[in-house]
Ligand binder design. Structure first.
Ligand SMILES: *Cc1c(COP(=O)(O)O)cnc(C)c1O
Length: 378
């Protein structure tokens, strides 16, 4: 049996003709940028997240960057002011900080969940700290009560990197059944949030796409302005901007897929629960299944000291896996932080293995992955 890490063609086929019809509708409309599909998606996604505003942008990196640049302008922050961010994340989180002229200050992740260790944040705060940037890594919402508490006490902004957590609900232990009533979706747990709709994300477009969600009108307007050449009104340019817009084709596709996001996330949770309950191998460290709705399992991560060997064995048995991420941020040459040490982040990089997970996987495939791991000797 062959199990791809993620079969995007298969995922998109599960929508039947709906996605193709949406694309066709836009092609035939003759209107491709800043039109009714984007406006409708922005409203639908804001409503889904529970926020007042959603601004579509070109991708997740731009969503993060535009929020930081907007705040910097709005509050007169200086170059080199600091943003607190986990040492284990996708590079874009930290690139956004550097692009905005700010300084990334790294914090260790937790070993039990890969999200930022909130107990370490206080230690790195300085008079120049402006933003806490928690990343809902692998699809799990960070400990937002603690993080927001720190932010309020020190007058900091909170920017959620929600690029892996579409639909996750932070619910303060009320359980999945009541989560959507009492909880707060990823994107509505700070002052602003950045989303990516890269094709492989839980809510994925047919190319690059992203969005910012917020309840702050001024911020939403500033992001929209900066993403559109610094202009809200055609040919009136109030600030320096870029071209980073969500387009009509992507918005139309996302509208189709958003309707099924909760169901697709349920399927991911079912697969994750099966993995968590059935994988049993002395060399494999499982992360306990998160049942309360705060995890949408964008990535199903296990840890294994012989990770590279296990990956090789699985490959030989037809099971494709990935590593998220092979290098922690401080070891990326681009950032010149080689002297730093973050042993927990390094451990995640050395031991993490991402098992196949997607809404198009069959039960047989999921069972096969478990058998392959449990039967191997390593
Ligand atoms: C995907 C991702 C991004 C970047 O999104 P793009 O749309 O690829 O620019 C940022 N942060 C995290 C955590 C991501 O997973």
């Amino acid at each position: 049996m062959n199990v791809k890490y993620q079969d995007l063609k298969g995922v998109n086929e599960t929508f039947g003709d709906d996605v193709v019809d949406a694309v066709r509708r836009v092609v035939r409309s003759g209107w491709y940028i800043k039109g009714s599909e984007v406006e409708a998606f922005e409203n639908e996604f804001a409503e889904y997240c529970g926020t007042k505003y959603c601004v579509g942008v070109g991708n997740g990196l731009d969503a993060l960057t535009l929020v930081l640049e907007s705040w910097k302008d709005m509050y007169g922050w200086a170059d080199g002011d600091e943003v607190v961010v986990p040492a284990n994340t996708f590079i874009a989180t930290v690139l956004a900080i550097v692009r905005a002229g700010m300084k990334p200050v790294l914090v260790e992740p937790r070993l039990d969940a890969a999200i930022i260790d909130e107990s370490q944040i206080n230690k790195v705060l300085t008079p120049r700290t402006r933003v806490l940037l928690p990343v809902h890594l692998y699809g799990q919402i960070c400990q937002m009560d603690a993080i927001n508490h720190i932010a309020i006490r020190h007058k900091l902004k909170v920017l959620e990197d929600a690029c892996q957590a579409h639909g996750a609900i932070y619910n303060s232990q009320k359980g999945l059944e009541l989560a959507s009533l009492f909880g707060r979706r990823a994107g509505n747990n700070g002052d602003a949030a950045a989303f990516s709709f890269y094709p492989g994300k839980n809510l994925g477009a047919m190319g690059d796409a992203g969005a910012v969600t917020t309840n702050d009108r001024e911020l939403a307007d500033m992001v929209r302005k900066k993403a559109n050449y610094g202009s809200l009104q055609k040919y009136e340019h109030e600030v320096i901007g870029v071209n980073s817009r969500l387009d009509e084709v992507q918005a139309a596709v996302l509208r189709v897929k958003l309707k099924r996001l909760d169901k697709d996330n349920m399927r991911r949770r079912d697969i994750a629960r099966y993995y968590a309950e059935h994988i049993c191998h002395p060399a494999v460290q499982l992360i306990p299944y998160v049942a309360d709705g705060s995890h949408v399992y964008h990535i199903y991560a296990i840890r294994c000291k012989n990770r590279n060997y296990l990956q090789q064995l699985l490959r030989e048995q037809g099971v494709e896996t990935l590593i998220h991420y092979p290098h922690p941020i401080h070891q990326q040459p681009a950032f010149n932080m080689q002297g730093a040490a973050f042993p927990v982040a390094e451990r995640w990089s050395n031991e993490e293995l991402s098992l196949p997970i997607s809404q198009s996987m069959t039960d047989e495939q999921v069972e096969y992955v478990v058998e392959c791991i449990n039967q191997n000797i390593f």
